[in-house]
Design a protein around this ligand. Sequence first.
Ligand code: NAD
Ligand code: UDP
Length: 318
Amino acid sequence: MHVVVTGGGGFLGSHLCDALLRRGDSVLCVDDFSTADPQNTAHLSGHPCFTFVRADVTAAFDVLGPLDAVAHLASPASPPDYHRRPLETLAVGSRGTENALRLAVRHRARFVLASTSEVYGDPVVHPQREDYWGNVNPVGPRSVYDEAKRFAEALSMAYRRSLDANVGILRIFNTYGPRMRPYDGRVVSTFIRQALDGEPLTIYGDGSQTRSFCYVDDLVRGIVAMIDSDLPGPLNLGNPCERTVRELAELVLETTGSASGLEFRPLPVDDPVRRRPVITRAQHQLDWFPHVTMEEGLRNTMEWFRSRRSLSSAGRTA
Ligand code: NAD
Ligand code: UDP
């Protein structure tokens, strides 16, 4: 297949590019580097089936030659990133999504939207099934991300209904793994970095809020299966194994063997209290289920963070 991956320089996008190339696809990655780490795709430069185009997808774009699928992942994803870039987040969720949809329609290609569990906001129904409509504060600080993704879903469904576009929506729950940026502000990357640096782990609120964390390899397998299907979704993709933030902190300390303490900070505005996906739709329709345990996933992630640290300290002493 010939696949365009928007946001392919980021955490999930770069793993998706790897997975598609591994099975023999050609990949065109479009990324503006706003939250990407160039190291994520550095190993692909020179790959005969990989092309990187540095571009902002809020400007219209086209590709020459055949195109079978567009995976639209471009968007800031970590709360500090979208708080820092509120207008850009709304623009990429709206104009950026429309440009990616137009590209898919022009080429009669499959379109997969990387939506998010944040469309459920601070959910009053637990766990979350796809038929739950959510509880989003439309004017709160998180709304730039949540509403951009809700609009992106509405736009994708309108393209499906009006233009018969082959659109599929994935609602991705918290995912972690190698290539997360150590200072992206997300909880797993922050805790691992703090534990390895011997700094206190910063728990927001009392740490009783929950999330359900999926390892990146599992998640990417689900995205590839969605690209290969004609399913409209929305489908939840995530690991239903739910943990409190405090439990996560303790698990990170155990995994890293760190002696760091815990430091409690105020809970951010509108921070969802709990989150866990119901994944029976993805199980039945995509034959997808996550396999990697949190212990194994954290170990892999920690090892990757350690190897990056030793590389950069080797660089400093060289
Ligand atoms: P990321 O920040 O690592 O990657 C996003 C990528 O999009 C970056 O490389 C960034 O440079 C690029 N980008 C942003 N705006 C762009 C624009 N206007 N034009 C071109 N490129 C642009 O984040 P991620 O965790 O890899 O998330 C990828 C996608 O998955 C996002 O759409 C996010 O909303 C969604 N998602 C991720 C998670 C998660 O836990 N990682 C959960 C739910 C949804
Ligand atoms: N969190 C925390 N300490 C941190 C970063 C995040 O306690 O240093 C909390 C955050 O308040 C939220 C949870 O961890 O309750 C998950 O945060 P993240 O930003 O990773 O994802 P999201 O809130 O988007 O689900």
